[in-house]
Design a protein around this ligand. Structure first.
Ligand code: ZN
Length: 316
């Protein structure tokens, strides 16, 4: 059993691919998912159940879930925009379903064409669907508070709104809430403050993860802030592929390679093999030759004599 202090959730196949125009062939996606899991990544968000005419890049999500479910020990996550998407997600057998709820209602209307009231109604329907399943077959259901740190359309997002919606999501039947810096507006002080506030509103076990973007170079600083407070699940994407196509100007998740290096260097075990992760960039480069790959550690290489925390106590 791999020991982990931090769970890295690879969101490149969803967040990364949805923000670029090029459609990655399904076979390449499967190879990426397989190799990511083989590198030690324990959770992958493999796609989103959105209508194919909106995001043709993710039209093969059901096939990817079926593929990923065959990988032992892998937690297979998907995003859904509404109840219809959740029906497809449940039918596919995904282990974790996340529905984003934009704290900025303007962003919500632009992104999924629904108000907060309408979205919470979708959440209640999804929760009822999940509860109708036998306990062992129920996917974990997360409500992700997107634009929680600020919105490109509305500007400042009041903390009070974040807390109200966190409570509303839990009351509507989510297992937990997540915080998402969709627009890359967050700073470390804000990250610390908001996590503590959400915990006091919904309970500590009801918020364990955060989705950060590196739009303004604050990604890893925000990670450290989240870790200091006590979060344990971090989203990232290989080579920083991605962003939010509905938030103008937002680009790039945290780079998984840089994140894993930082955590391992800090003595936190991710269970991920950095060399295997670096090798995966080649796969991405070949499948998406026109897309820029981000990340500093893969280019600079690991420091001389570097021993990752995950492999420190292992017998050779
Ligand atoms: Zn994102």
């Amino acid at each position: 059993m791999t020991q982990r202090d931090v769970l890295i959730s690879e969101v490149g196949p969803r967040d990364g691919l949805q923000s670029i125009q090029t459609i990655m062939p399904t076979a390449a996606k499967k190879a990426w998912i397989t190799a990511t899991a083989a590198a030690g990544v324990a959770e992958i968000e493999v796609g989103s159940f959105v209508p194919a005419h909106i995001l043709p890049q993710l039209a093969d999500t059901a096939e990817l879930v079926a593929h990923a479910r065959l990988i032992p020990g892998l937690n297979v996550a998907v995003l859904v925009p509404n109840f219809k998407g959740a029906q497809a997600a449940v039918a596919s057998g995904a282990h974790k379903i996340t529905i984003p709820l934009s704290v900025s209602e303007t962003h919500s209307l632009r992104n999924v064409r629904r108000t907060h009231v309408q979205m919470l109604d979708e959440v209640r329907q999804i929760s009822a669907l999940i509860r109708s399943l036998p306990v062992a077959e129920r996917p974990h259901f997360e409500g992700s508070l997107s634009t929680a740190f600020g919105c490109t359309l509305e500007g400042e997002v009041p903390e009070r709104r974040v807390l109200e919606l966190a409570v509303a999501l839990m009351e509507a039947g989510c297992d937990e809430v997540g915080l998402s810096d969709t627009t890359g507006y967050a700073n470390p002080a804000q990250v610390r403050r908001l996590i503590r506030s959400v915990w006091s509103a919904v309970g500590r076990d009801q918020l364990t993860g955060i989705h950060l973007h590196n739009t303004r170079g604050q990604g890893l600083a925000n990670v450290v802030a989240a870790l200091d407070v006590g979060l344990t699940t971090l989203d990232a994407s290989l080579a920083g592929l991605g962003g939010c196509p509905f938030a103008p100007g937002a680009s790039g998740n945290i780079v998984t390679e840089d994140l894993v290096f930082m955590l391992e260097a800090m003595g936190l075990r991710t269970g991920i093999d950095l060399d295997a992760l670096f090798a995966l960039r080649e796969l991405l480069q070949q499948a998406l030759p026109d897309e820029p790959l981000y990340g500093m550690t893969p280019l600079a290489g690991l420091p001389k004599g570097f021993v990752p925390a995950s492999f420190m106590n292992r017998q050779p």
